[in-house]
Design a protein around this ligand. Sequence first.
Ligand code: ADP
Ligand code: ZN
Length: 623
Amino acid sequence: MSAVPQPSADPAAILHQVYGYAAFRGPQQAIVEHVAAGGDALVLMPTGGGKSLCYQVPAIQRHRAGHGVTVVVSPLIALMHDQVGALEELGVHAAFLNSTLDGDEARRVERELLAGRLVMLYAAPERLLTPRFLAMLDSLHERGRLSLFAIDEAHCVSQWGHDFREDYLGLSALHERYADVPRLALTATADAHTRADMVERLALREARLFISSFDRPNIRYTIVEKDEPKQQLLRFLRDEHEGDAGIVYCQSRKKVEEIAAWLSAQGVAALPYHAGLDADVRRRHQDRFLREDGLVMVATIAFGMGIDKPDVRFVAHLDLPKNIEGYYQETGRAGRDGESADAWMAYGLADVVNQRRMIDEGEAEEEFKRLQRAKLDALLALAEAHDCRRVRLLAYFGEASEPCGNCDNCLHPPATWDATEAARKLLSCIYRFRQVTGLSFGAGHLIDVLRGKMTDKVRQFGHDQLSTWGIGADLPEAQWRSVLRQLVALGHVRSEGEFNTLVLTDSARDVLRGGVALQFKLPNEAPPRRGRVARGAGKAAKPPPLPLDDAAHARFDALKAWRGEVAREHNLPAYIVFHDAALAEMAREQPGSLAALGAISGVGAKKLEAYGEQILRVLADTA
Ligand code: ADP
Ligand code: ZN
């Protein structure tokens, strides 16, 4: 029969046939065409932007055209099994070589490689640069069967970030040894310094640079003032993310353990993850997070790079990250599938104080500390902003944009007030403490004095005699806290020493003299209940799909149960078999034939052949 389509070497056809996707996203097509034609490229694309297709499609295309294997370099050994599994599900022959394979398995992969059967081979850099491996590459190269190098997480070559891997430095050898083999380096890290390092150390001076917009329109940014953080978190989870998978970031290992235990006690399925746990426990928790539905991972930043689970519905921060780069990288792990997701952070005075202290007390050179402080200040300005968060985030990465309509400040513009006078009162109270007693005090006492509250401490120091005693009785305590926090964030007040006593900085003088007008955010009232985030909310995101009615929901659940069995059988995460979005579309559309099923996004030829009949049966049985 002639109905069987011949494998095509046209990128659009590959996208359609193999992946079941209708169109390339953003710059994917330009990248694919450039690389397939043998050009070098450096691709900067945000998490979830679709980097994998940028090397996979050319790899398939070039393999079909007889160029041989694409070698994918990645530091993420733990993910290689699933990445290869995902390709095999798509009918693309792939394998990996890393330290988790035993000798027999490794030799089998090597045989496949040398026979030219593999379309893609994933390898860790330390493996790639061994004499044994290079000899195999030499042999492939001599026969014209070495098609392409894809260097994933390319920012690992830079000492600038915190993901630096020594072995990545050796990758420049690829260029020296196989100058005619195209190379494609990919990363989600955008800053100029890292970019320069990648170009330099990977010898990519001739490479074409592809920079995507770093916007993640489907992520909704929310930053709330810390009040009772645990309760705030729980409310956020219950009101908006019941049963969803997500990550809660905390700064310390101890806090990770505490929050995970507390959430579990509240009936939220939560697991801890930090570098102090046994490697075994870490692996198990990561595995469960990837494979099971709706788990919450409470983690330090040790958990993250390469978590390519597409349906992480929220990332919550209970502590302030170090800078905007960190915040953006961590929140970027939400919503890789393009569906709506939340980036939620609770932030308070103590966070500012802690982060400042960590810099001050760190071992770094003064020059580096200055840089860290500037980066922290930019993050604080974001946290205190009353305008669009996304505009500020993107501006930080050098991208201009319009208010987004999908962040807390756009959705519920915060009330602001002229805090100039209040700020002067607060600053002069700190000044008087020092002037009269030669001592500094902490936030609690300061606010008591401003509000004229008689306490033991006030009596002990005779602070009811100060000229600033009670001058702030007109404002509630919460508002004073918020004024103080904003003054600390702006750098007019610093907190010092073991007891976090408050002192004025040089810039406070300008405020005291009345030379600076301050427009501050009013402290949160009861935050407006938003309900569950509608899938697909946000201006630039795709329109929300119709919600599933009861019957469709029953079909969706049946499909998920079926997918769960397949995933277990194949030892793969469920989303590799099909994304939720694909199952939801099947449940909604109820395709009655293989042809109709094949039209659904995410159903490529191989999956249609392997699972089509089963899916039609599940749908028929629940009709
Ligand atoms: P990144 O590595 O940049 O974080 P991925 O390559 O993991 O992103 O892609 C994110 C998700 O988007 C994946 O689930 C992928 O299947 C999907 N995707 C990528 N490109 C397309 C496309 N052109 N059409 C539909 N889905 C896509
Ligand atoms: Zn906005």
